[in-house]
Ligand binder design. Structure first.
Ligand code: CS2
Length: 487
């Protein structure tokens, strides 16, 4: 038996099921990047409002491979969410994703859906690199191959930017008001970054279109839920509990948070009734989450991987790791955060440590280590920049950056190759080819201005701090280095 609308009634009574008829749901949202994170976060919030308002179903679009569509379309879009921590687990079938499209196979179907007047929100989880921007400046990378392609092929775009601008152009010429753009990626001011790249792209197509796109609503959001990639063991365990197979369930933690700026000219689901928070300005929340959670996560991932820890929970149990991360958050990050009146930061930090220790989630350090060139600017480097301005120390943050360099070199501490996934992996390999000594390696990395910005690239004190950390990583290895920095 396979999970589907037909078999829903035959699942065990303990499994939570949609409190509406999934067949009666209409599409109001097109989501670009239908990965595990979206399905464990925004789709779950939306699932909880559909009984009240069935007009907000989701069309999930993959911009690359057909895998998710192939897994979920035979299940009518239904999938299982497994929420777990050390003390228990809960299974819920989510029904909010009612259509699945694979963009490279049928870009026309995606554009039709986005241009349809019923579509009022286009949301995105396309990861940092999906924005085709320069991470240090936040501007569109006009030399990006997908950007160049999409400027020439309006009707068959590859990038999210190309799809959004073409769909908005079609709406403009049909007299349909623009949808609201809703970026849900881990970027600071994600709504502004998205608006800036789509506006620039539209201007390059046609100044009048640029003007139209510059007026589209693009609220920023802070999203948070830890969602490791699903494994075959997860699939088998969930199938046994359901008594039915599910080709692509998602596994996550109990914690979830969504803070959103309230700017939706064509309306929105009542997400605030199901746990989301609406604010005028999300930036303080974003900065807190990116610097405390994601900054720690990346540091844990590189140091942990190098020290042989397969998962975040394993990395947390390495001697010295927890004090290191606790000190990084409290002493180095917290003084850089804008005030959040009424918010209990010490409790937030303590909860983060607990979430990282969650033994039930097998969140691989290798997964978080991906795309470091795109993640480090907002997770660690912006904080370091602020600490430099304050004349304050940033040794643990710099250790995180040095650990990325050591990792991105592509060989682990026992001499085995590391499968480094990064849009700049080849460029990095080229930059550091034949270089073995830490000083020259740091200089080679610092030449990446699109990562470090012109200021950090040329900062003597920053360079010296990195060289110290990287030297120790090479000489003593990650386990000993992190114990040293934890003191
Ligand atoms: C992680 C994030 O993979 C990563 O880089 O740091 O996906 C993290 O799990 C989420 O941002 C948590 O909300």
């Amino acid at each position: 038996m396979r999970l589907s609308r037909q078999t829903l009634d035959r699942l065990p009574a303990t499994v939570i099921k949609p409190d509406y008829d999934p067949a009666s749901i209409a599409i109001g949202i097109v989501h670009l990047g239908i990965g595990a994170f979206h399905r464990a976060h925004q789709a779950v919030f939306t699932d909880a409002v559909l009984a009240r308002d069935p007009s907000w179903g989701i069309c999930g679009v993959s911009l690359r491979s057909p895998e998710t569509r192939d897994a979920l379309a035979p299940q009518d879009g239904l999938y299982t969410l497994k929420v777990q921590d050390g003390s228990g687990e809960e299974l819920q079938v989510i029904g909010s994703v009612v259509e699945l499209l694979c963009a490279p196979e049928n870009p026309q179907a995606v554009l039709d859906r986005m241009a349809s007047p019923a579509t009022r929100i286009v949301s995105l989880t396309i990861t940092e690199k999906g924005y085709c921007h320069n991470p240090a400046t936040g501007m569109l990378d006009e030399n990006h191959p997908d950007v160049a392609h999409d400027l020439r092929n309006h009707a068959r775009p590859k990038s999210a930017v190309g799809f959004i601008v073409e769909a908005l152009a079609r709406r403009a010429s049909a007299g349909v008001p623009p949808f609201t753009l809703l970026s849900c990626d881990n970027l600071p001011s994600n709504g502004h970054v998205l608006k800036r790249v789509v506006t620039r792209f539209a201007e390059l197509r046609d100044p009048a279109l640029g003007d139209f796109v510059s007026r589209v609503a693009s609220p920023s959001t802070m999203v948070d839920r830890i969602v490791p990639a699903t494994t075959d063991t997860d699939r088998a365990q969930i199938a046994a509990a359901l008594g039915a197979s599910d080709a692509w369930p998602v596994v996550t933690e109990p914690f979830r948070q969504w803070v959103i700026e309230d700017e939706f000219p064509l309306g929105r689901p009542d997400w605030e009734k199901v746990g989301a928070t609406f604010v005028d300005d999300v930036s303080a929340f974003e900065m807190m989450k990116l610097r405390l959670l994601n900054g720690s996560h990346s540091t844990l991932a590189y140091l942990g991987y190098l020290a042989g820890a397969e998962t975040v929970a394993d990395a947390m149990s390495l001697p010295g790791m927890e004090p290191l991360i606790e000190g990084l958050m409290r002493e180095e990050v917290t003084p850089t955060l804008p005030p959040l009146p009424g918010f209990d930061l010490p409790a937030y930090r303590a909860e983060l440590l607990k979430r990282f220790r969650n033994p039930a989630l097998r969140h691989r350090t290798w997964q978080i280590a991906m795309d470091g060139s795109q993640k480090l600017p907002q997770r660690l480097l912006a904080t370091i920049r602020d600490r430099l301005t304050q004349g304050a120390s940033y040794d643990r943050l710099a250790l995180g950056v040095a650990a990325w360099m050591r990792y991105a070199r592509g060989v682990d501490e026992s001499g085995k190759p590391i499968d480094v996934r990064d849009p700049h992996a080849a460029r990095i390999a080229e930059l550091i080819r034949g270089i073995d000594e830490p000083e020259r390696m740091v200089d080679a990395f610092l030449g990446m201005m699109d990562v470090f910005g012109s200021d950090l690239s040329t900062s003597g004190p920053f360079r010296a701090t990195l060289v110290k950390a990287l030297t120790r990583l090479f000489e003593e290895g990650s386990a000993a280095t992190l114990r040293f920095y934890a003191r």
